[in-house]
Write a protein that binds this ligand. Structure first.
Ligand code: CS2
Ligand code: MN
Length: 347
């Protein structure tokens, strides 16, 4: 297991100088944020990013994410050009030593929450998904960080309408087409591709979502018979549905060698299916982080792992979910569990 940390580039208020001080941190996962979705990433920008990270004694082996253009997901417009661009990005990243690429196939919206700074009784704040509030939201007029904010209200309405017409099976078809196009390139370049599950793992605003549960993860992996075709298994995304037994899924897909990147985060599931992102510790949420790490340990997980979202604590402000302190605590907690597992089982 290689412990990593997400870093949003030189604009990130959490600096590499701080990240490198977290014990046992091997590297960061990052991306080029200045290039519009779908375009080819300039090689000199990739080189520059890598040099910046390496100058601080950290590695850059994982890209999170190379985003997939909506035209590819919808199978319309310039999707063929965007698929060619995607392949070129895989080649260029591989040439700079990137070993793993994270991506997702969520229509329009990445992770969805009703509030990004819900105060908790201990004075920290966190991202929450309160079902009642989400049901009242108008998706055409919304903006949350991590979402493409370049759409006008009318464009957003059109996009949402197109996905409703496409439906789940249409989205599967376009995903299959994308996978069959890009995977031969990834295999040739020896880059592991890890799809990130949908967050939350259910349909929102009537838009289809398909990377949501075991049945669909099986279906996804069956699309291409090669180990490079795998998962970025995110415990917090899959885990906000109580139907997903995360340690079991880690065991299953880890044994198959299909987990390339692990996101570990805890969530507290509320009675009506709402959830709050909690501190990483098992006692703080509904997921058992020790069982998860035990599963990774038992399958001999060699991939990258990172603490996922954290709360805002100790007065920190910044990118919701991506402050320094709570994620650093999460990393230390997980390193402690890992060391214990190694010592108990003789490494
Ligand atoms: C999120 C996502 O849970 C997470 O990791 O912060 O934004 C995630 O990075 C993307 O969906 C991966 O493509
Ligand atoms: Mn995640």
């Amino acid at each position: 297991m290689k412990m990593t940390f997400r870093w949003y580039g030189p604009e990130d208020p959490v600096s590499l100088d701080y990240i490198r001080q977290i014990p046992k941190m091997t590297g960061v996962v990052s991306a080029i944020y200045s290039v519009p979705v779908g375009e080819v990433w300039p090689s000199d920008k990739i080189k520059e990013l890598k040099a910046m990270v390496e100058a601080k004694g950290l590695e850059l082996e994982v890209i999170e994410s190379v985003p997939v253009h909506e035209d590819i997901k919808l199978g319309r417009g310039n999707y063929k050009i965007y698929i060619e661009n995607y392949k070129e990005n895989i080649r260029r990243l591989a040439a700079e030593g990137i070993k793993c690429i994270c991506y997702n196939f969520m229509p329009v919206f990445d992770w969805t929450r009703s509030r990004l700074d819900q105060p908790l009784p201990d004075g920290s704040n966190t991202l929450v998904y309160y079902k009642e509030d989400v049901d009242k939201m108008d998706p055409a007029r919304l903006a949350l960080p991590g979402w493409d904010s370049s759409y006008s209200t009318d464009e957003m309405k059109e996009l949402i309408g197109a996905y409703k017409v496409l439906g789940e099976e249409g989205l599967w078809k376009n995903l299959e087409c994308f996978i069959h196009e890009i995977m031969p390139v990834a295999v040739e370049c020896d880059v592991n591709m890890g799809i990130h599950p949908d967050d939350p793992p259910w349909s929102i605003f009537g838009i289809p979502r398909i990377i949501t549960n075991e049945e669909n993860l099986d279906r996804f992996l069956a699309l291409y018979d090669d180990k490079h075709h795998g998962l970025s298994l995110c415990s917090g995304s899959l885990g906000c549905s109580a139907f997903n037994d995360i340690p079991r899924l880690i065991h299953k897909y880890g044994t198959m060698g299909r987990i390339h990147f692990a996101h570990v985060r805890n969530v507290k599931i509320l009675e009506d299916g709402s959830f709050e992102e909690s501190a990483h510790d098992s006692s703080c949420g509904s997921l058992d982080v020790v069982e998860m790490l035990k599963a990774y340990y038992e399958v001999g997980f060699q991939g990258y792992l990172r603490p996922d979202h954290g709360r805002m604590i100790w007065g920190e402000t910044g990118k919701p979910g991506y402050g320094l302190y709570d994620r650093a605590l999460g990393a230390c907690y997980m390193n402690g569990i890992w060391e214990t597992l190694e010592k108990l089982h003789g490494k």
